[in-house]
Design a protein around this ligand. Structure first.
Ligand SMILES: NC(=O)c1ccc[n+]([C@@H]2O[C@H](COP(=O)([O-])OP(=O)(O)OC[C@H]3O[C@@H](n4cnc5c(N)ncnc54)[C@H](OP(=O)(O)O)[C@@H]3O)[C@@H](O)[C@H]2O)c1
Length: 237
């Protein structure tokens, strides 16, 4: 009995604590693994490209990707996590949906749905990721989400987008200040992207390319800031 107890204690002392609590080690994997949720969209594709350019191991996920995830459904995040038992170093969220229209065009249900699709889903997902449910983000890792310039450009046609963006930015500024496990939380707030403007027949004045927007994510992910909202706008001429 005594021998059994001694063996157990020596095992306990010898094993790293991560083995007991299923924590990922603090050292980032090499190359760093970056999960881009929404990585098949206009901004997400450019983000994935820029990280690959810099040698990262990039995983693209979205509802219709082979690595399928739905930000409205936290269970899908748990399924995704099973593919990465050693976790990921950084998560970039460019998944989102804008519900355009003036307030008069919204029913109460449509309004709630618009906020659920973005503000609630994204903040909820960040919450469960930071709490380790699932345990996919390695200690020292970062989450970078996406808002937009709508709160700063009053427009009759974008009340839902403005509320979503303003809410997400406020969330990051507050929640990002004190996170466990040396996690970091930041946000990129792009102006209208040129590729989107072209696709939707809007003027290109003041737009920014998706690749230029992607560089803002790279800087935040590889920096040491947390609680920051960075405006990705075109340089003034
Ligand atoms: N493009 C711009 O000019 C611009 C400017 C400022 C801000 N933003 C914001 O940036 C975000 C991305 O914009 P974008 O232009 O890149 O959009 P996009 O081209 O429409 O791409 C959206 C991406 O999100 C994924 N997605 C949508 N709903 C999802 C869900 N429920 N779960 C998981 N993935 C989901 C889509 O893939 P699946 O369909 O396969 O899921 C796709 O990969 C949006 O929130 C938008 O408001 C865009």
């Amino acid at each position: 009995m005594m021998r059994l107890l001694t063996t157990f204690i020596s095992l306990l002392l010898a094993a790293p604590i991560s083995a007991f609590f299923r924590l990922h080690p603090v050292t980032p994997s090499s190359p760093p693994r970056v999960l881009v949720i929404g990585g098949t969209g206009v901004i997400g594709r450019a983000v994935a490209r820029q990280f690959k350019h810099r040698g990262a191991n990039v995983v693209v996920a979205s509802r219709n990707s082979p690595y399928s995830v739905d930000i409205e459904n936290p269970m899908s995040l748990s399924r995704l996590a099973q593919y990465f038992p050693s976790g990921v170093d950084h998560i970039v969220v460019t998944a989102g949906h804008d519900e355009p229209g003036s307030l008069g065009e919204f029913s109460q249900q449509k309004w709630q749905r618009a906020l659920k699709l973005n503000l609630l889903s994204v903040s909820d997902m960040v919450l469960v990721l930071l709490q380790g449910r699932p345990n996919i983000l390695r200690p020292g890792g970062s989450i970078t989400i996406t808002s937009g310039q709508a709160p700063r450009k009053a427009s009759m046609d974008m009340p839902a987008t403005a509320v979503n963006n303003a809410g997400l930015e406020a969330f990051v500024r507050s929640a990002g200040l004190d996170l466990p496990n040396k996690f970091r939380l930041n946000c990129v707030s792009p102006t209208l992207v040129a590729e989107t403007a072209l696709r939707t027949n809007q003027a290109l004045t003041g737009t920014i390319s998706a690749d230029a927007v992607a560089n803002f994510y790279v800087d935040l992910v590889y920096g040491n800031q947390t609680g920051q909202v960075v405006h990705a706008t075109a340089p003034k001429e």
